[in-house]
Ligand binder design. Structure first.
Ligand code: ADP
Ligand code: TRP
Length: 323
């Protein structure tokens, strides 16, 4: 089971770092994929846009290859129980562990003097509830979610220790490469939906021309070698992206493209990206306005998720002594 925040369009980092492995994993196990709209509320959202983006993300997940006949796709806020379980787990979570979370520190620092809600601190507890409520064994995520999955594991162990075996202890699953795709404009920061510079992020809905433009104007480094060196974060990132797309090791790509100028190499990466994303983008534009179809998928997913969630929450409530 895993989730994605419907806060903006889905980008290449989400795809290479997460969604692509979800598509493969759905062939191996019963899978739950959900839109984490309650997590999205941890920072201010425009209500009408959140609504649209949630449906849009369902369309994009399907376009990427998540098959609603094989997997359950649902919306977090439509399943009762996540917030209940989060409360119970939160009462067992040391506040210091939440204050030390890297993402909390980053996100709250980025808000500067703006309002920071308790939800931002509590976010990882809700995420632990999302995972444990389905008794999930495997949680495929990008590298930035490592600490959060670790908390879910800690809470499962703690709860089981106090109340007897209840939750399987979930494992995180990271893709072998591309667990962290970096911004094209600032290759020391991860590619993100919330990056103020949209030119650093490739959205799967970007047109071919926009993709080419973004990659060809990616920040590169001094020198002219196509090598994945520590002092070349820009070239490293482009090599990682190409590696994720074509499925070849970075070292092999260094040998193949080592003789190219930066500009030519960027063209290679741009064409590979366009080839990979083009079919997804076309499918997304066919699906995105089929509102009834998308709602029916979410409803089927909700029914399957709700029966699991109800069962687990009832068990947990009884174990902690709630009447
Ligand atoms: P964002 O961080 O852009 O808001 P989400 O938080 O919704 O995206 O992340 C959805 C999934 O995509 C998560 O599993 C997350 O780890 C993964 N992910 C997000 N950004 C990247 C990235 N730059 N590289 C690799 N994986 C990423
Ligand atoms: N926090 C995750 C992210 O931003 C989204 C998420 C919420 C999630 N709940 C989850 C991922 C449970 C995996 C499992 O990417």
């Amino acid at each position: 089971m895993t989730g994605l925040q419907p806060t903006a369009g889905i980008h290449l980092g989400n795809y290479l770092g997460a969604i692509r492995s979800w598509v493969a994993l759905q062939e191996k196990a019963e899978s739950f994929f959900f839109l984490a709209d309650l997590h999205a509320l941890t920072v201010p959202q425009n209500p009408e846009q959140l609504n649209h983006k949630t449906l849009d993300c369902i369309a994009m997940l399907i376009a990427c290859g998540i098959d609603p006949k094989k997997s359950h796709i649902f919306v977090q806020s439509q399943v009762a129980g996540h917030a209940d379980l989060a409360w119970i787990l939160g009462c067992m979570t040391p506040i210091g562990q939440l204050e030390r979370m890297t993402q909390f520190k980053d996100k709250s620092a980025r808000r500067g003097d703006d309002f920071i809600g308790v939800g931002l601190l509590y976010y990882p507890v809700l995420m632990a509830a999302d995972i444990l409520i389905y008794g999930a064994n495997l949680v495929p995520v990008g590298d930035d979610q490592r600490q959060h999955v670790e908390l879910a594991r800690d809470l499962a162990v703690r709860f089981n220790g106090i109340h007897g075996n209840t939750f399987p202890v979930p494992e995180a699953f990271f893709p072998p490469n591309c667990a962290r795709v970096m911004s094209l404009q600032n290759p020391t920061a991860k590619m993100s939906k919330s990056d103020p510079s949209q030119s650093g992020t490739i959205f799967l809905s970007d047109s071919e021309d926009v993709i080419r433009k973004k990659i060809c104007s990616a920040m590169t480094d001094s020198g002219s070698e196509i090598r994945a060196l520590d002092n070349k974060p820009g070239i490293c990132n482009l090599l990682q992206i190409l590696s994720g797309i074509v499925g070849k090791d970075v070292s092999e790509l260094e040998k193949i493209h080592g003789g190219l100028q930066y500009g030519k190499f960027k063209e290679v990466v741009a064409e590979a990206t366009v080839d990979a994303i083009g079919p997804i983008c076309k499918k997304y534009f066919l699906l995105k306005d089929q509102k009834d179809f998308l709602l029916s998928i979410a409803n089927e997913g909700r029914l399957a998720a709700q029966s699991r969630a109800t069962e687990m929450v009832s068990k947990v409530k009884a174990k902690v002594g709630l009447l």
